[in-house]
Design a protein around this ligand. Structure first.
Ligand SMILES: [Zn+2]
Length: 228
């Protein structure tokens, strides 16, 4: 029985390992969606599309108040505009990932454009922070096998999420809070945005969610920490 259980565990482990290099990742098609539930009560909150001069700073202030670390998937052209915010993110223990240079969906990229979108963003991040990113999140979550190849060639794993706050769809504060409370579990990667077209619902929801998740015993880690 013990041997059988061990074999099953090894098979499951091999499945994850062949799909993805991380040992605590749940992956499909070489794309990571979450950490493994068995790797502890750890979660990663992620913020896409920034940095934004005001809203990113407000999010960083709130994270600092609660000693919570996050992962920011930045857009290259925004990173170049606000390098001080990237420096602050690194100094405060957050991780920075690549979210393309112009926030262009990969399926709309032609003739080497996809490669440029990824490589120029990684170069921008490295020139600002001294460290190249190891994570890539495609805009709108749309990708193909070639997206994975391009990201890998640039040293990045492709990371999506398994909890969508829907802040991008202009969900209100209560809806964002509810989406997280309903769906969060061990290993969750939660999708937020530095800013949306409307309001401050992301920040308002975080003011409720951070104390709630901490009181539930979750530890906030970066995506790389979650999946390795
Ligand atoms: Zn985005």
């Amino acid at each position: 029985m013990k041997t059988l259980a061990k074999r099953v565990m090894c098979a499951a482990f091999a499945l994850v390992m062949t799909a993805f290099s991380g040992v605590c990742a749940v992956a499909s098609g070489n794309v990571v969606y979450s950490g493994a539930a068995g790797c502890g009560k750890r979660i990663a909150i992620t913020f896409d599309d920034g940095p934004h001069p005001r809203k990113t700073a407000e999010i960083l202030d709130l994270l600092a108040e609660r000693s919570v670390r996050a992962t920011f998937f930045v857009v290259g052209e925004n990173a170049k505009l606000y390098p001080d915010l990237l420096m602050r993110q690194v100094a405060e223990g957050h991780e920075i990932g690549n979210h393309t240079y112009h926030h262009k969906p990969m399926k709309k990229c032609r003739d080497g454009e996809g490669k440029r979108e990824i490589t120029e963003t990684s170069e921008a991040i490295k020139s600002i922070t001294g460290k190249a990113p190891v994570l890539f999140r495609p805009p709108e979550g749309s990708y193909s096998p070639s997206t994975v190849e391009l990201a890998r060639a640039c040293g990045c794993d492709v990371v999506l999420w398994n909890v969508d706050t829907r802040d991008w769809a202009l969900a209100g504060t209560e809806e964002i809070v509810s989406n997280v409370k309903k769906n969060v579990r061990n290993g969750s990667i939660i999708l937020f945005h530095d800013f949306t077209r409307d309001g401050s619902h992301t920040l308002d929801a975080l003011k409720i969610l951070l104390p709630y998740l901490l009181s539930e015993g979750y530890e906030f880690v970066t995506v790389s920490e979650l999946i390795k």
